[in-house]
Write a protein that binds this ligand. Structure first.
Ligand code: 13P
Ligand code: SF4
Length: 329
């Protein structure tokens, strides 16, 4: 038996309309619901805001509501709390972690930084608060290139933790950043062979690729970008068919924006699976969202010493991104 599922279900009154109750509780508690594009369709339906990591960070700083329910993974909730410590920040299931963030423990990253004296430290948003506290500037896939470009050409740079994004940024900027060897288990799992088969079947389709994918997948991309960049590209493009090599949750918003276009999820290596899902993102359900609003729990907490160190590189990212006009709602 799934004990956790039973535990959650036992606390939901029989026969309630979950979506309606969520909207009612949201008003009662003066909360806003933010959701990442990888969330389940029904979570995206009840969210006030849907976005990529960069937009969610900016929104967390901007919104007035005293309560933010962040339907995404733990590091996204932490970023919101670091930026807005006075707000109650909730992630409906604290087990919603991130394999990429887990691939970079703070103590090991600190030792890595020590091995490279004189380097400026750039970290991807998919990191713990403790890693952010060791960092000079945070980036997301929506601004990594521009932020790296903003440093003088001879500046020595460390990039962590995603080796795929780091190597990709090195390749398009001509830099030689020292890259931490971490990766996302979801994006690492796409099958190049199955994508090539799909391309043969659909020669008119373009391939949309998140930069967390390994190089062989990036090499066959028509567009590489953050979830928001891929979404915007699919809307603006004349093409009517896309193979989507990122977590399949983004396809819900793509279809909403382009009802006449076709979106085909790129398959992972696993036998029998047609699409690639992040199990952590999918931990957030309507039931857990309902309970989190009802009890205003579980909350994200960040100790003040870490928060003060971690807020500077996030604010620096937002300041550069706003200056360069990179945050589009
Ligand atoms: P985006 O910032 O592109 O939304 O990506 C977040 C993420 O976790 C990708 O796996
Ligand atoms: Fe983390 Fe990968 Fe899930 Fe994104 S898709 S939240 S990087 S595990």
């Amino acid at each position: 038996m799934n004990v956790e599922k039973g535990y959650v279900e036992a606390r939901i009154p029989k026969g309630i309309d979950l979506k309606q109750e969520i909207l009612r509780l949201k008003k009662e508690k003066n909360a806003v619901i933010m959701a990442h594009f990888y969330q389940r369709d029904e979570i995206q339906d009840v969210a006030d805001y849907i976005g990529d990591s960069l937009a969610l960070a900016q929104l967390a700083q901007d919104v007035d509501a005293p309560v933010i329910v962040l339907c995404g993974v733990h590091f996204m909730g932490e970023t919101a709390k670091i930026l807005s410590p006075e707000k109650t920040v909730i992630v409906p299931d604290l087990n919603a972690g991130c394999s990429l963030s887990d691939s970079c423990p703070a103590d090991e990253f600190q030792a890595f930084i020590k091995e490279h004296p004189g380097h400026t430290v750039i970290s991807y948003a998919n990191t713990s608060a403790a890693v952010k506290a060791l960092t000079d500037v945070i980036v997301t896939s929506g601004n990594a290139k521009q932020i790296v470009d903003s440093f003088p050409e001879d500046e020595k740079l460390i990039f962590g933790p995603d080796r795929n994004l780091g190597n990709y940024i090195n390749s398009i900027t001509g830099r030689d950043m020292v890259v931490w060897d971490g990766y996302c288990e979801v994006h690492e799992k796409f099958s190049i062979d199955k994508i090539l088969e799909l391309k043969k079947e659909h020669p008119d389709a373009q391939v949309l690729v998140h930069p967390e994918c390994p190089k062989p997948i990036r090499l066959i991309a028509d567009k590489i970008g953050s979830t928001k960049a891929l979404l915007d590209y699919s809307v603006a493009s004349d093409c009517n068919k896309f193979i989507v090599a990122t977590e399949s949750g983004i396809i819900y918003e793509m279809k909403k924006r382009c009802p006449d276009k076709e979106f085909i999820p790129a398959p992972p290596d696993d036998a029998g699976c047609a699409c690639n899902e992040c199990a952590y993102m999918k931990l957030i359900t309507l039931e857990k969202l309902y309970l989190s609003l009802k009890y205003l729990a579980p909350t994200i907490e960040v100790d003040e010493e870490t928060r003060i160190k971690a807020v500077r590189p996030i604010e620096r990212m937002l300041e550069i991104s706003n200056r360069l006009g990179l945050i589009k709602k």
